[in-house]
Design a protein around this ligand. Sequence first.
Ligand code: URP
Ligand code: ZN
Ligand code: ZN
Length: 459
Amino acid sequence: MKTLIKNGRIITAVDDYKADILIEDERVSVIGSQLNMEADQVLDATDKLVIPGGIDPHTHMELPFGGTESSDDFRTGTIAAAHGGTTSIIDFAVQYKGQSLIEGIDNWHKKAEGKTAIDYGFHLITTELEDKQIEELYTVMDEGVTSFKMFMAYPGVFLVDDATIFRAMSAAGSRGGLICMHAENGIVINEIIKRAIEKGHTAPKYHALTRPTVAEAEGVHRAIAIAEMAESPVYIVHLSCADALNQVRQARDRGIAAFAETCPQYLFLSIDDYGEDFNGAKYVMTPPLREKSNQTELWKGLKMDDLQVISTDHCPFCMKEQKELGRDDFTKIPNGAPGVENRVPLIYNGGVVESRISLNRFVELTSTAAAKMFGLFPKKGTVAVGSDADIVIFDGEKEQTLSSKTHHMNCDYNAYEGRRIKGVVETVLSRGKVVIDKGEFKGKYGDGKFLKRGTCVSI
Ligand code: URP
Ligand code: ZN
Ligand code: ZN
């Protein structure tokens, strides 16, 4: 099967030029001007941007959490991702306490297999790691799961102690693996929450008011210090605020291999969105939304490479029957929000259209950097000869209004409801196959392949 993309403006993390692209089967085979080879289909990209498919390295499909399960499964979630110009996700498998690491991975393979519309990989949430399990960690890495998430938050559920973090960092780091850290002092936060509940502070906004930025900054500082002692890199997930960013910045200035991602919700939403009533449950996610002033600092961090990646932390729960579990007590609201479909257009609009970042940096933040960080580059994350033909034809002039009425995520609200933005995903190819054509899903769920990842090439 041959596909020719004609007359597009190709943008990668480093290039910006007009050319045609010939795709043969799953890969890009030729890039050049005025190509006139025979092809089975020709896609006209005149006046459009041609960018590498987005990579979202932080999603939670079908995640059991807070007495319920995130509402997108691997079918609905990956179809929604494709609509939004994302062609690879890295989801978080879970090793629950008492399970082996391999059991955790196997369980996620069972959830995803035969269901995804785009390619997918896994990180492993690791809740226990004794010395005797280190060999198993290496086995997991050999099977293409080369990054592990550990939590300093959620005591009694996911939280691990510093000794476990140190062991994991030493082991993973020695083989080029990466620890992804949920950095928040969950122990102190729980004490603050107890006091709030005693005072009858049960509305959603108290989720934010009981998780101060200093609790996140302390977690980031500790994670980086442990990584330094373990002589390993560290990647901070869903960084939300200036206090935490400053910890990363200071470490990087000292030459420490500290990396971090932020998410659209911390760039475009703020603590004001919680309001006074239960509608604020839509934004109960961890870390919580912050004071607006943090947004400027996060954009600065993205521009100056103190933040390298923009993921979503897509973890949707419907208001009906799910968020409602915490109607009388914010601690019972399942944590998380939808976003996988909106990331690429939101960052294009807020970043490029609003002149905060260049087109190249937009591509780097939404695709290339994640590919390099998580061992997928150059198969993924760029438009180049030999790379997978994961390509988005993007209309940078057309506008859209974000809404739950039109989105494809299995969630009864959109966190950006009514927001008018410039930038629309027109056509999406996943390994050479058109999966989105003028906004219509033309792919097949089950066509997505598991991504056996290598190690980080960002250092
Ligand atoms: O609120 C969030 N972020 N839910 C998903 C779990 C996590 O901590 O990433
Ligand atoms: Zn987390
Ligand atoms: Zn998450």
